[in-house]
Design a protein around this ligand. Structure first.
Ligand code: SF4
Ligand code: SF4
Length: 96
């Protein structure tokens, strides 16, 4: 049995002071049936993900406000993304 503590989120990382770094990462779609078709990209094996623009940002991101234009129906993977968690910190570091 291991006794490893789960790392706590970094509370200094906050969306209010971040240019949506996580919205530059691949966002796979699973049963996200509400996502509008124009934002869905099909992979070679039929897998679905959020479409991304040539510069890597998600096609559903409002580039003026850097906020999600489909926030209420955003994919599950975006809902699960933990602010201040490991992947959030990695995304922020990659966008420095
Ligand atoms: S979840 Fe993290 S990477 Fe995404 S916008 Fe918020 S602070 Fe930035
Ligand atoms: S769907 Fe919204 S929250 Fe998810 S990556 Fe795109 S812009 Fe960001």
């Amino acid at each position: 049995m291991t006794n490893e503590a789960t790392p706590l989120p970094d509370t200094t990382a906050t969306c209010a002071f971040c240019d949506a770094c996580c919205c530059r990462q691949e966002a796979m779609l699973f049963n996200d049936t509400e996502v509008p078709d124009q934002f869905i990209e099909l992979g070679t094996r039929g897998e679905m993900s959020m479409a991304r623009l040539e510069d890597g940002w998600c096609a559903a991101l409002d580039r003026n406000t850097m906020s999600c234009t489909i926030y209420e129906i955003r994919p599950w993977i975006c809902r699960e993304f933990e602010m201040g968690g490991y992947e959030c910190l990695a995304a922020r570091a990659a966008n420095l």
